[in-house]
Write a protein that binds this ligand. Sequence first.
Ligand SMILES: Nc1ncnc2c1ncn2[C@@H]1O[C@H](COP(=O)(O)OP(=O)(O)OP(=O)(O)O)[C@@H](O)[C@H]1O
Ligand SMILES: [Mg+2]
Length: 225
Amino acid sequence: MIQLTDITHGYGPARSRTQVLDRVSLVMPTSQMWALTGASGSGKSTLLNLVGLLDRPHSGEIKLAGQNVSGLSAHEAAKVRNRLIGFVFQSFHLMPRLSAWENVALPLVHRAVGRTARRHAAMEQLERVGLDDRLYHRPEEMSGGQRQRVAIARALVTQPRLILADEPTGNLDSESGAMIMALLSRINREMGVSILMVTHDEALARSCDGQVVMQDGRIIQTVTG
Ligand SMILES: Nc1ncnc2c1ncn2[C@@H]1O[C@H](COP(=O)(O)OP(=O)(O)OP(=O)(O)O)[C@@H](O)[C@H]1O
Ligand SMILES: [Mg+2]
């Protein structure tokens, strides 16, 4: 699913650039759930953004679902991203003025799906995450765990093959966090969606199919089940 070869990346203008990723290589098979761990500043979010085609590496090759995506234009990258990838963030990134179902349906607006079909698709995913009784609630009327479930439903509504999650339980209490983890794990098992997730939770990382440990912009360890 994900194949990274010698990825190098940094921020800032070339002369004063700080190296953030240093020759990172990784192969993650389809339909698995992997954890990305490592100290703050080690490059986890940077790596996730590159895999998610939100940014382009300075050098190296990225393959997703067998397709080399490193050389794509911004427009082509956006198309691959919309077709293949769903994102889940620590701080949910929901639209405050929209209801739960409207938030979930938002990615379909860009696909020119009609309102009735959008609502139907959103309801299906909200049912999957156990929130079909919260269709009309706005984010501020929901708990953190419920907001993250809405965000997961939104990530699923385009039927992605890969979910990238950056500390999805980082803003949640341990009980809600455990529920979100169980949900992601069920989605992985039942739908075969590949999941790459940044986490600081060691126990959780060990329960995944694979664990990648980063330090100072390098992968220092890869553990597979
Ligand atoms: N947009 C940016 N501009 C400049 N430097 C950046 C930018 N984003 C990240 N960095 C730097 O790149 C390094 C890696 O950051 P990154 O966010 O990938 O770390 P992380 O492993 O996700 O950390 P955390 O666990 O705290 O989220 C850090 O030193 C950070 O300061
Ligand atoms: Mg980060």
